[in-house]
Design a protein around this ligand. Structure first.
Ligand code: PLP
Length: 370
């Protein structure tokens, strides 16, 4: 990434440079281009807007990026490149759509899945000798476990075994998996990189040219290429990622500490708390603890529902990583029924921390005894 700091890179790169050109690459809304030209169709070569987004993310991560129409389009592109009969190592509680994809492929006989405790590094190290894909989601959604990525990446591997990391919660600002030895870094750009809950997008970043070409070709065939408007909005969001993360992380740390000592809260899972089971991994392998947490309220699942419905600043909504705070009772999301009934997943936004805190305490007070 040249010698620039990441924040500067995000603000200054991916811009047209010629005299008289606009400062921002415009949203190129075209499916096809006049020939002869190397770019002829948007699903194949993409648009200039897509190229600028890929330059931004790739520079941060230290690799070549492919942008997709969603995070899951990116994940599916990678999984569907596995040879029939492959083995995938997966965390026990991965993002639920990834779990669905893996389970479906297993049922169809495409691959077999080994489910491992993300915090059990030894299990991942031994899986590397037998698996074709290690899918490491870190920090994990929504239990916030942070893996020992360098140890997992350094494990002796079966030839051809790929280590892929879903770092959506961390963003490339806080965690750069390729630098830690992974082969693929994946993001749901829908979340923090986009940052405004107004788009769907995903990315895969790799260093290996053969893997890049393989993914590029499969993206063409699967049709997961990002649209021009989504690429434009992703770039616009990414410009302020540094600023947003700084504020949201400071808010998250304060709120996690206060929640942890609140009598109506049973447990708080935030990697920035010394009490968190994988706090040490987060301190060693991340450049900040992020803006995601989950916590359990005391009482029943119904009480947790009433808490998330009570607030006026924090939105009761799924998804995460927006400038606005969102939270949800995770066990109500299809595919997440195994989560503790009282668990609230909280994406901390950039509002004033005292306003968020008042919103939370009012909701806890109003529902106490429920
Ligand atoms: C950790 C994680 N990975 C992947 C995804 C999928 O991304 P998308 O919704 O952009 O397809 C999500 C979405 O919530 C996620 O939280």
């Amino acid at each position: 990434m040249d010698e620039l700091h990441a924040d500067t890179w995000l603000i200054s790169k991916g811009r047209p440079q010629g005299l008289g050109e606009p400062l921002n690459v415009p949203p190129v809304m075209a499916s096809n281009f006049r020939l002869p030209h190397e770019r002829y169709y948007s699903r194949t070569e993409g648009t200039e807007t897509q190229g600028a987004l890929e330059e931004l993310i790739g520079g941060l991560e230290g690799g070549r990026t492919l942008a997709f129409s969603s995070g899951m389009a990116a994940v599916a592109c990678l999984f569907h490149g596995l040879a029939v009969g492959s083995t995938i190592a997966l965390p026990r509680d991965p993002y639920h759509a990834v779990n669905g994809l893996a389970t479906e492929g297993e049922a169809q006989g495409r691959w077999s899945v080994r489910r491992l405790d993300l915090a059990d590094t030894a299990a991942w190290v031994s899986a590397a000798a037998e698996a074709d894909l290690l899918w490491v989601e870190t920090p994990a959604n929504p239990l916030m476990t942070v893996a020992d990525l360098p140890a997992i990446c350094a494990a002796p591997r079966k030839p051809g075994c790929v280590v892929a990391v879903d770092g959506t919660f961390a963003t490339p600002l806080l965690q750069r998996p390729l630098e830690l030895g992974a082969d693929v870094s994946m993001h749901s750009v829908t979340k923090f990189i986009g940052g405004h809950s107004d788009l769907m997008a995903g990315s895969l970043t790799v260093r290996d040219d053969a893997l890049y070409d393989d993914l590029w070709n499969r993206r063409v065939r699967n049709g997961g290429t990002i649209g021009g408007l989504e690429a434009f909005l992703s770039i616009r969001g990414a410009r302020t990622l540094g600023l947003r993360m700084e504020r949201a992380m400071a808010n998250a740390q304060t709120l996690a500490e206060r929640l942890e000592s609140h009598p109506e809260v049973a447990v708080v899972r935030y990697p920035g708390l010394p009490s968190h089971a994988t706090h040490t991994n987060a301190s060693k392998f991340m450049d900040g603890y992020g803006a995601m947490m989950s916590f359990d309220v005391r009482g029943s699942g119904e009480r947790a529902s009433r808490v998330v419905e009570h607030t006026t600043i924090i939105n009761n909504a799924t998804s995460l990583g927006g400038i606005e705070s969102t939270w949800e009772r995770r066990a109500l999301i299809p595919g997440q029924e195994t989560m503790p009934p009282t668990l609230i997943r909280f994406s901390v936004g950039c509002e004033h921390v005292e306003d968020i805190w008042s919103d939370i305490t009012e909701a806890l007070d109003a529902t106490s005894g429920a």
